[in-house]
Design a protein around this ligand. Structure first.
Ligand code: GTP
Ligand code: MG
Length: 170
């Protein structure tokens, strides 16, 4: 029988790193240059088939602006998966991503599948965070790591697919 697994997934990360753009790419296959900054959080749901099983993601796209930080626990509490996003052209966003990982490790669900996404991978000429540095950090902290581009679609579906596979085999 075809099994459907519901999974709450949260996106966290600094303002402007591309959280909403990643979700828009995954859910609608679209990208907009002038994506508006998220207020509070936005909800989406999307099914993803893995062989003969299906994951129904219930996605919370949180707002990166610091004034919304206190709302974040509502969204990551009970989450089966979290994607922490930084922008490869912005070192401060990588520092912020590490803070989110620490917060999830301290306060999040112990079984939470965590992924680190180095987004805007299309902007190679402006890169400020090396792949190697992020990869090592991710390994040390047990995170999936991918460099993504919501603009070109590189690795966006793959990231959700890897998370879905892990959730189904947990
Ligand atoms: P907040 O909601 O304010 O926390 O921001 P966010 O993380 O949701 O970022 P958002 O998706 O709004 O993207 C911010 C800007 O970056 C927008 O102008 C996007 O078009 C742009 N952007 C997002 N992803 C990419 C990407 O992969 N490549 C490029 N070149 N631009 C991107
Ligand atoms: Mg947003």
């Amino acid at each position: 029988a075809n099994k459907i697994k519901n999974a709450k997934l949260v996106l966290l990360g600094d303002v402007g790193t591309g959280k909403s753009s990643i979700v828009l790419r995954f859910v609608k296959g679209q990208f907009v240059e002038f994506q508006e900054s998220t207020i509070g959080a936005a909800f989406f749901s999307q099914m993803l088939a893995v062989n003969d099983e299906t994951v129904k993601f219930e996605i919370w796209d949180t707002a990166g602006q610091e004034r919304y930080h206190s709302l974040a626990p509502m969204y990551y509490r009970g989450a089966a998966a979290a994607i922490v996003v930084y922008d490869i052209t912005n070192p401060a966003s990588f520092t912020r991503a590490k803070k989110w990982v620490q917060e999830l490790q301290a306060q999040g669900n112990a079984n939470c599948v965590m992924a680190l996404a180095g987004n805007k991978a299309d902007l190679l000429e402006s890169r400020k965070v090396s792949t190697e540095e992020a990869k090592i950090y991710a390994q040390e902290n047990g995170l999936f790591f991918m460099e993504t581009s919501a603009k070109t679609a590189i690795n966006v579906n793959d990231m959700f697919y890897e998370i879905a596979k892990t959730l189904l085999h947990q």
